[in-house]
Every structure is written in structure tokens, then in C-alpha cells.
Design a protein around this ligand. Structure first.
Ligand SMILES: NC(=O)c1ccc[n+]([C@@H]2O[C@H](COP(=O)([O-])OP(=O)(O)OC[C@H]3O[C@@H](n4cnc5c(N)ncnc54)[C@H](OP(=O)(O)O)[C@@H]3O)[C@@H](O)[C@H]2O)c1
Length: 314
């Protein structure tokens, strides 16, 4: 299924390619109303899963406000802990978010995020990395285990970078009270970075929840003169969008759904037209032959993540 990632509705600047969004003055009230209206549209388009995080500016509070006004009965939500948004909507801020994977940060952010209960089903470490040591921090792992049992939620993590598989492998070995701690993995996967395919059978076998993020490669799947090296990708996506009478993003999202069969592929849309276009992925299935052609578009994860690191916050 398609879920909605709320990173772009909670903060006006986000790592992606947004050619037109840079000079519009920020206005908080309008920003919140627009966010809630996208949530309503998403729900009305059939989406029932929403992903958020305190690191996404005011996304969590927009989602909470929308839930209390709209009263959807049948949604599930995941959130994260570990990043604090610090840019205060300033487009010129040098730092947008601060990472801290400590027990204090977990407890502080949980006190806010718990308001999402009973919709909250998955609680994730935001961008777990090997160097932060979070997968070895016993007091953090035990606290997560406690939250899992007390609130009957899944514990997950999100990963980014060219060593995603290594992080997943390590997380799969983490036990608390002799039980696996991690039930859910939010991972980058798209036509460019397909490295997750090496792990997907294992994740399925271990009955883990898989959530795909950055399925549109932060906008890099769309034809763009700055990325001439992706010309072959643009040609294939364009050809398939015509064949299936759908959008380019529809093909890219459908690829993730059909190749991995995950719990969810996140749309990161914050514009109504983009959302409508993304949801076209639900109207068709790709043939085996076309899936194989798309699988042939993969590039090296090292190149992918080097380029991703240099994307601007716009
Ligand atoms: N470390 C982490 O845990 C982490 C990191 C990244 C993302 N995420 C999660 O994954 C979600 C999705 O990731 P993402 O937003 O980075 O990646 P994405 O889905 O790869 O890219 C979204 C970007 O594509 C644009 N877009 C979508 N449809 C379009 C269309 N039809 N035409 C032109 N542009 C279009 C969106 O623009 P508009 O916004 O203008 O619609 C947005 O800039 C996030 O919201 C978040 O929940 C998690």
C-alpha cells in the first residue's frame, strides 16, 4: 500500500528538488492549513498509513490536529525519535536538524509522540547509524523494549546511506530478554538504489515490516537537465508511463510495490497535484518484463548516496 510521509508538510525546507518553492514567504497558519488539507486528500484517496517524526518540523502536531478534527477511525501511524528540528522555519538556517540518540532524547520525544496513541503502531529510531552507537546502547534498547510491551507497538528504525544493509543485519541481531527488538525497517529503495533487494527475502522470512522511503529519489526520477547522467532512466520511465497510461512517479512507486511487496511505500508529496500523480501507482501492476527492465537501471549505492548528500535544503 501507499503511505504518506509527512517530512515535506511539516517543514518548509527539505532535502529535495523544489524548483519553484524557494521565494514564497513563509506563513505559519497557511502552512498548517495546507498540511491538513493534504492529509484529508490523502485519506480520501484511500491512504490509511502516515509516517511522521519530530525532526519533520511541526508534522507531528499537524497530524495530531488533523486527527482530532477529522476523526479518521481506521488509520495507522509511525513516528520516530532522535532528530530535533531547529531551523524555526528560517530558509537561511545553517542547521535544520540535530541528531541525538540518547535515552534522554528518547524519553523527551516519547512524551510528545505518545499523543499519537492509539493510532501509533510503529516507533522508530530516526536514521540509525553504526557510528551513533545506538544499536549497542543497552539503556536505549531496554527502554524501547519496555515501550513495545507497555503500549503494544512495533519498534523499528529508519536507515539512510550506502551501508543500509549492514545496519539492518546488525539490528536483526539485537535482542532484549532473548527476543528480537526490531520489528520494522524503513529503508531507502528506488530505481537507482536497489541494494535492499539483497536483504528483502531475509526480512520477509523473519516476518519484518518493510517501509520504503525516498521511492522517487527525492525527485531525481523526474527529467532534469542537471542530472543528464540519468537520461536512460528518464527514457524508460517515460516509456512505461505511456504504456500504462500513468505518471512517471506512478511507475517509480509501482516498481517498489511490485518488486518488494512491502507493508508500505511512502509518498513524500506535499502538493496536491503531486499526491494525485503519486496515487496513480495504485491503478495498475507492472509486467515481469517491465520490472526486469527497471531492475536494470540500478546504480551503485556509493554514487547514489554521494549525490544525495549534496542535494540542497530548498
Ligand atoms: N531518514 C529517514 O527516516 C527518512 C529520510 C527521508 C524520508 N523519510 C520518509 O519518507 C518520506 C518520503 O521521502 P521523500 O519525501 O524524501 O522522498 P521522495 O518520495 O523520493 O521524493 C519526494 C519529492 O518528490 C516530489 N514529487 C512527488 N511527486 C511529484 C511529481 N508528480 N512531480 C514533481 N515532483 C514530485 C515531492 O515534491 P512536493 O513535496 O512538492 O510534493 C518531493 O519533493 C518522507 O516524507 C519521510 O516520511 C524518512
Amino acid at each position: 500500500m501507499i503511505g504518506l510521509g509527512t517530512a515535506a508538510i511539516g517543514r518548509p525546507q527539505y532535502i529535495n528538488l523544489k524548483p519553484n518553492g524557494t521565494n514564497v514567504p513563509f506563513q505559519l497558519k497557511g502552512f498548517i492549513e495546507k498540511g491538513k488539507s493534504i492529509l484529508t486528500e490523502t485519506y480520501e484517496g484511500g491512504v490509511r498509513y502516515f509516517d511522521t517524526a519530530p525532526g519533520y518540523g511541526i508534522a507531528e502536531s499537524i497530524l495530531l490536529e488533523w486527527i482530532s478534527e477529522y476523526q479518521p477511525k481506521d488509520i495507522s501511524v509511525s513516528t520516530k525519535w532522535g532528530y530535533t528540528y531547529v531551523a524555526n522555519f528560517n530558509p537561511h538556517a545553517l542547521v535544520h536538524e540535530v541528531k541525538e540518540h540518547s535515552l534522554d532524547k528518547l524519553n523527551e520525544q516519547w512524551e510528545v509522540s505518545r499523543q499519537l496513541l492509539p493510532y501509533l503502531r510503529i516507533y522508530q529510531i530516526h536514521s540509525a547509524t553504526l557510528d551513533s552507537g545506538v544499536l549497542e546502547n543497552r539503556e536505549v534498547l531496554e527502554r524501547l523494549h519496555q515501550l513495545k510491551n507497555e503500549y503494544n507497538i512495533k519498534i523499528g528504525l529508519s536507515t539512510s546511506g550506502d551501508n543500509q544493509n549492514e545496519i539492518i543485519e546488525k539490528a536483526l541481531r539485537v535482542k532484549v530478554d532473548q527476543n528480537d527488538l526490531f520489528d520494522s525497517f524503513q529503508v531507502t529503495f528506488n530505481v537507482f538504489d536497489q541494494s535492499l533487494l539483497k536483504m528483502s527475502a531475509l526480512l520477509e522470512q523473519e516476518n519484518k515490516t518493510l517501509i520504503v522511503k525516498e521511492a522517487l529519489a527525492n525527485g531525481r526520477i523526474f527529467p532534469n537537465k542537471r542530472y543528464g547522467h540519468y537520461e536512460d532512466v528518464y527514457v524508460v520511465l517515460n516509456k512505461l508511463s505511456k504504456k500504462y497510461k500513468t505518471s512517471i512517479d506512478g511507475v517509480a512507486l509501482r516498481f517498489c510495490l511490485d518488486v518488494l511487496h512491502p507493508f508500505s511505500v511512502l509518498s513524500g508529496a506535499s502538493e496536491s497535484a503531486h499526491l494525485t500523480s503519486n496515487l496513480k501507482a495504485l491503478d495498475f501492476e507492472l509486467s515481469l518484463e517491465d520490472l526486469n527492465e527497471l531492475r536494470g537501471l540500478a546504480i551503485s549505492p556509493q554514487f547514489y548516496w554521494k549525490e544525495r548528500k549534496n542535494l540542497p535544503w530548498v
